[in-house]
Design a protein around this ligand. Structure first.
Ligand SMILES: CC(C)(COP(=O)(O)OP(=O)(O)OC[C@H]1O[C@@H](n2cnc3c(N)ncnc32)[C@H](O)[C@@H]1OP(=O)(O)O)[C@@H](O)C(=O)NCCC(=O)NCCS
Length: 132
């Protein structure tokens, strides 16, 4: 997204790319934080499933920081990377970056760590088969 090596770059792989739409704004016209969190949860689930190969459920959200607002029309991208490999859980760092078409800026707007647990058919935690 950004070719200047001196600038901060998104960490991880692209797991969600969408456009911020008016239906998801608050009364002031900015995007709801909850909408952004749900995009991050979806994106994290994509990466979690890639490792778990089984049903994964979100157990915790940590270190969530809303750095800058998101506006209608922003192109919103979620990038995810593994930060912790547990026995039944996986910690995934998620960054959200926007491309602001009005001034062509590219900005990190949000980040957080989502933890997913692999669950069996009874909804109980089950070990993740990590590849060696
Ligand atoms: C996820 C769930 C099955 C875990 O059950 P549990 O009895 O707490 O399981 P455990 O205590 O054995 O913990 C399982 C794993 O989750 C991790 N975990 C539990 N609570 C955590 C927390 N608050 N933060 C980070 N990791 C946590 C544990 O460390 C463990 O990981 P490990 O095996 O890699 O060490 C259960 O809490 C649940 O069903 N929660 C609801 C999930 C849900 O509905 N999510 C969607 C949001 S609406």
């Amino acid at each position: 997204m950004n070719n200047d090596p001196k600038k901060e770059q998104p960490q991880g792989e692209l797991v969600v790319k969408t456009i911020a739409m008016p239906a998801d704004t608050n009364r002031y016209g900015d995007m709801f934080g909850g909408w952004l969190a749900s995009q991050m949860d979806l994106g994290g689930a994509v990466l979690a499933h890639k490792y778990g190969h089984i049903r994964m459920t979100t157990v915790a959200i940590d270190r969530m920081v809303f750095i800058r607002p998101v506006y209608v029309g922003d192109v919103v991208s979620c990038f995810a990377h593994v930060v912790k490999r547990g026995r039944t859980s996986i910690g995934i760092g998620i960054e959200v970056w926007v491309e602001r078409l009005a001034d062509e800026s590219i900005l990190k707007v949000t980040e957080g760590v989502f933890t997913y647990v692999a669950i069996d058919k009874n909804g109980r935690p089950t070990p993740i088969q990590w590849e060696k």
